[in-house]
Design a protein around this ligand. Structure first.
Ligand code: NDP
Ligand code: HSE
Length: 430
């Protein structure tokens, strides 16, 4: 009789549907690569009545977790529900029933990775989460296995598809923020609560996961400095263009002697930087290892089939481990405890846009404050003077963030300064 490994799928939304489709369409190829057939036996959803848009066998849907976790035939549970509750309880339940787990859930992995890994280890199960970062790009397996011989020095890149799609449309077509967010939602890129995307939290979870693996230390999510794209205006995009930059939301993690630096924020990068060409829903991750040097990984960071591609590869690995009786062979790799540096301890160049009163001496008073805080200015441009107000655009040299923050505190007190309209870090150039 043909050997089959049975799977329980939790969720049949964007990603779940993609997993179902790939396992069906590439069935023969997958069977040959793994050595056995992989078959979805049950799918847990919220609503049994929803039109799923794909033909499903009678009785495959359930709303009862026990139909999956209590079924001894099901060896692998795939969690693509999203969110922390009830997904975390469901995954723990699956692991405690001895099932290997594949998940795309960065919220859960970033916040509860330690607990999940403990449960996987004590139950001798696999816990795979390739799709949780950068959709279809195989970056987690790359860091954990392919680059395992390196000391990783830096990991950074575009790791949120929704915001990259939005910034691309806003930059290239001048689209409105809310319109383009709605488009990203309609395409299935955005999280169920898109604040996670535009607020930078989704990217923060992903860079926390990547940095934990890269530097072998657990990165608590609350220590990841996080800024989203909600403050980016058409004005900033236009000034960036004029100054030779493009704005991208980057996740940045660096290993420094004093500790690790992990942050997410909109960033000016030079137009000729390789990340500048990464548009639409694409993601790209740079990794610098002390042996391999610079590497870059590029692909679709969200969407049904790209994300499901990563999930299915994890399912295949879990199935191989089951066949060889070695589930759990690659577990948690956080065996160090490194401090996470505060944002004030990081270094960057800064673009600063100020609204000021349009009168003589204003620029000199602002430059003096920056000078007092050892922030040297690379360029200063006065924009849109009306006779009453003017806009100043400044770019600093590379300085410590704390000095910039201290200078801005003092600048806000100047009577000639109406508003610090925006501050954006500049990376990717000497
Ligand atoms: P969707 O919202 O499209 O789908 C969620 C699915 O889970 C639905 O089928 C829903 O059931 C089901 N579900 C949710 N809550 C429950 C519950 N309490 N009980 C039973 N079923 C439930 O999400 P996505 O497919 O977009 O995302 C899934 C996961 O993948 C998330 O963790 C997300 O962050 C991650 N991810 C998503 C990517 C993407 O491009 N969309 C890319 C990378 C990762 P019903 O259909 O009945 O409502
Ligand atoms: N909402 C996420 C994004 C999905 O846009 O990148 C992929 O993790």
């Amino acid at each position: 009789m043909e050997q089959v490994i049975k799977i329980g799928l939790l969720g049949l939304g964007t990603v779940g549907r993609g997993v179902y489709r790939i396992l069906a369409e590439n069935q023969e190829n997958i069977r040959q690569r793994v050595g056995v057939k992989l078959e979805i036996k049950k799918i847990m959803v919220r609503s049994l009545d929803k039109d799923r848009g794909i033909p499903l066998p009678e009785g495959i849907l359930t709303t009862n977790l026990g139909d999956i976790t209590n079924d001894p035939e099901i060896k692998i549970v795939v969690e693509v529900l999203g969110g922390i509750h009830p997904a975390l309880d469901y995954v723990l339940e699956a692991l405690n029933h001895g099932k290997s787990v594949v998940t795309a859930n960065k919220d859960m992995v970033a916040e509860h990775g330690q607990r999940l890994f403990k449960a996987a280890q004590s139950n001798k199960c696999d816990l795979f989460f390739e799709a949780s970062v950068a959709g279809g790009i195989p970056i987690i397996r790359t860091l954990k296995q392919s680059l395992a011989g390196n000391r990783i020095e830096e990991v950074f890149g575009i790791i949120n598809g929704t915001t990259n799609y939005m910034l691309t449309k806003m930059t290239q077509e001048g689209c409105d923020f809310d319109d383009v967010l709605r488009e990203a939602q309609a395409k299935g890129y955005a999280e169920s609560d898109p604040t996670a995307d535009v607020g930078g939290f989704d990217a923060a979870r992903k860079i926390a996961i990547l940095a934990s693996i890269a530097f072998n230390t657990r990165i608590p999510l609350h220590q990841v400095y996080t800024e989203g794209i909600t403050k980016i205006t058409a004005q900033d995009i236009s000034y960036a263009n004029e100054l030779g930059y493009i704005i991208k939301l980057l996740g940045i993690a660096k290993d420094r002697p004093e500790g690790v630096e992990v942050r997410v924020h909109p960033t000016f990068i030079p137009k000729n930087h390789p990340l500048a060409a990464v548009g639409d829903v694409f993601n790209a991750v740079f990794v610098r290892g002390n042996a391999v040097g610079d590497t870059m990984f590029y692909g679709r960071g969200a969407g049904e089939l790209p994300t499901a591609s990563a999930v299915v590869a994890d399912i295949m690995d879990a199935a191989r481990d089951i066949l060889r009786n070695v589930p759990g062979i690659i577990g948690c790799t956080c065996f160090k405890e490194r401090p996470v540096l505060a944002i004030g301890e990081t270094f960057s160049k800064y673009y600063i846009r100020l609204q000021v009163t349009d009168k003589p001496g204003v620029l000199a008073s602002i430059a003096l404050v920056f000078g007092n805080k050892e922030v040297s200015l690379k360029s200063v441009i006065q924009k849109e003077a009306t006779g009453k107000t003017a806009e100043l655009v400044l770019v600093t040299h590379r300085v410590q963030e704390q000095n910039v923050q201290d200078a801005l505190m003092d600048i806000k007190q100047l009577s000639s300064v109406i508003e610090v309209a925006n501050v954006i870090r500049v990376e990717g150039e000497e």
